[in-house]
Design a protein around this ligand. Structure first.
Ligand code: MG
Length: 362
């Protein structure tokens, strides 16, 4: 078989004959994926039709469009749990997203589901997160009196705000998975999207424990006893236990929505839930985050109110190209502020008020 290695004499590469065209991957998917796995077909189900790619399946293309988006790059400066932490080892929304994608791919491959679809959904699932994480979401809800949800905003990012005004033109399956990636949203329509729901929870619970220990807010022996006993005594063991349980318990031999599906066993789910309740009490709703809430509220309330009242395009107002020009002002303000990174929100606040944001140090 010929390869794509360059010949030593520096002459052009020989013709690559072992390339796998998209059709071959699709035919492999038809044979190899579990009966309930989602097959990619041609250019995929898209709002605007386009020609199929010669090499990549529809879901590979969606994954690549998400990775190349500006919203994806901004995730590196958005809060996971701690606002703009000083330490280099804390998770950000970007590293959270990558950990979700890793876990989702592991589960998808083990279950013979479509790994590319699971990866695309995972990489896109948090694109609509505000600066300062869930705290920012709460402030937008309060100040703007709307039902803001980051999953719905993630869909808006890929459908409208990236490559305005037409969006990334992703497949229906990827948008459905992003839209329903949170457990308090509707049920998604593919097994791969259910995989991402589990992967998201498995990822954040474990890396947030890890970061809370790093910040000195927790120690391993304070976790509920059942967690160490059933899942393991460190993050790596716990992730392995949770992932293995999903793989062992799920049944994807039928279409999504029928009996079985991607599930976790009841006893393991209960232990994971106990860990989640513990994290809410100690960290997510605990004193450290209450302290951060002061910063998030001060900064975002100022920005939202300022942009609603100052003339669009003025130095102290909403930039003329923010959001989608032509949309209602409130919609544009929400799109603009929600898209900000923590550090851009803080810089903008400091520029507009002449005051420092007084960040907590983690
Ligand atoms: Mg997430």
């Amino acid at each position: 078989m010929e390869t794509a290695l360059a010949p030593p004499d520096g002459s052009p590469n020989p013709k690559v004959t072992n390339a796998v065209p998209r059709e071959a991957v699709e035919s492999w998917e038809r044979e190899w994926l579990a009966p309930g796995g989602t097959r990619s077909v041609g250019a995929g189900n898209r709002d605007r039709s386009e020609a199929p790619d010669p090499l990549r399946t529809a879901f590979q293309r969606d994954r690549d469009r998400i990775i190349h988006s500006t919203a994806f790059r901004r995730l590196k400066h958005k809060t996971q749990v701690f606002i703009a932490p000083d330490g280099d080892h804390y998770r950000t929304r970007l590293t959270h997203t990558l950990e979700v994608a890793q876990i989702a791919r592991t589960i998808a491959r083990a279950l013979r589901l479509n790994e590319d679809l699971a990866e695309a959904i995972a990489l896109g699932h948090d694109l609509g997160h505000t600066p300062f994480g869930h705290l920012g979401e709460d402030v937008i809800r309060d100040v703007m009196s709307i039902e803001y949800h980051h999953a719905a905003q993630s869909v808006r990012v890929v459908e409208v705000l990236e490559r305005r005004p037409h969006g990334l033109n992703l497949t229906l399956e990827v948008r459905d998975g992003i839209s329903n990636s949170s457990w308090n949203r509707g049920l998604p329509s593919t097994h791969e999207a259910f995989v991402v729901r589990y992967a998201d929870r498995i990822a954040y619970l474990n890396h947030d424990v890890d970061d809370a220990i790093r910040a000195g807010l927790l120690s391993e022996d304070e976790l509920p006893l059942s967690v160490a006993r059933s899942l393991g005594s460190d993050s790596s063991e716990r992730i392995t236990s949770l992932v293995s349980d999903v793989v062992a318990t799920s049944d994807v031999t039928g279409p999504c929505g029928e009996a079985g599906g991607v599930v976790m066993s009841r006893p393991t789910f209960e232990v994971m839930d106990e860990l989640r309740s513990f994290m809410f009490e100690r960290i997510y709703l605990g004193p450290p985050v209450a302290r951060d809430m002061g910063v998030a509220r001060r900064v975002l309330t100022c920005l939202l109110e300022q942009f609603r009242s100052a003339p669009v395009g003025a130095p102290e107002g909403l930039p003329a190209d923010a959001g989608v020009p032509g949309d209602a002002l409130d919609r544009r303000v929400i799109d603009y502020v929600a898209s900000m990174t923590d550090r851009f929100a803080i810089r903008t606040y400091e520029r507009l008020t002449g005051r420092t944001a007084d960040l907590p140090s983690v």
